[in-house]
Unconditional design. Sequence first.
Length: 365
Amino acid sequence: MTAPRKIRVLIVDDSATVRQTLAAVLSADPEIEVLGVASDPYVAAQRIRDEIPDVITLDVEMPRMDGITFLRKLMSQHPIPVVMCSSLIEAGSETLIQALEAGAVDVILKPKMGVAEHLAESRIRICDAVKGAARARVRGRREGPAPTFVRNREPEKKLTADAMLAPPSGRAMARTTESIICIGASTGGTESLREVLESLPADAPGIVIVQHMPEKFTASFANRLNTLCEVDVKEAADGDAVLRGRVLIAPGNLHTMIERSGANYRVSVKEGPLVSRHRPSVDVLFRSAARSAGSNAVGVIMTGMGDDGARGLEEMKTAGARTIAQDEATSVVFGMPKEAIARGCVDRIVPLNHIAQEMLRAAAR
């Protein structure tokens, strides 16, 4: 019997400190092996010629060639899943959005040093991003078997949405004239969400989205979508109303929940612990919709690694909401939709290009 192999990662960053820190973080995970490090894209290209990694972590600003240029060359010549690694710089967030457009699978922040809690959360996010990338369908990539993950330790305990709000009462809520739509996505979700939102009319029902992204980048992501879509798209702020024709994107590093005020809805944006290993968490958003909107809501779970959102979608379904999942063929990573489908809480499984139409139909019922 062939022994399962680990996910092989090449780290590309011009900072020796960052290379060492990332190597230590990734090597500590039993499912990941650091194949090598490179100080710039030219060194990285030579290492790729010697041995092809499963995933590359790539810095944005480097000498001799910037990360975006290298990413575009890589995607056109030898597509490999790439996770962009950036410092927490708001001015650079537009560049990271360009990276996602160019084919990067995910964006992570460089590890936060000095505070134990921050470093622990950075480790979770970095390792999860690499594992998600290893499973991703990359445009133009020659298909092959995904790495078989090594499982030689107990999984870390994950907090549920209980950490942020109580479970729904279980009573189906009366139907009102307005429906709202809640969407959850992770790995591969940025471009998939763009396709869905671009297909919506200007008077679409109010929508709230959790897309796993670092803080600062969600504002740029929302601004970019706002220039492309007929609906109004913005990063959610505490107290924002959920209105017809408006899409609210949960801000990175904060949980976003729906609250009911009479016949209307607004969002509550709060700090809190990681839930299902994420902040913002899809489970938190979906549970809040189950509690506050019930049968007035539509839940949509899209491409992403892991199981964030599956439990929450089940709670929405129990509360009377209509539920939709993206199909495997069009998901970059079929983790989150697969987990929800396995729970038996999905009404419709549809390809990416049918999601907008399906959720509008569900909201009109």
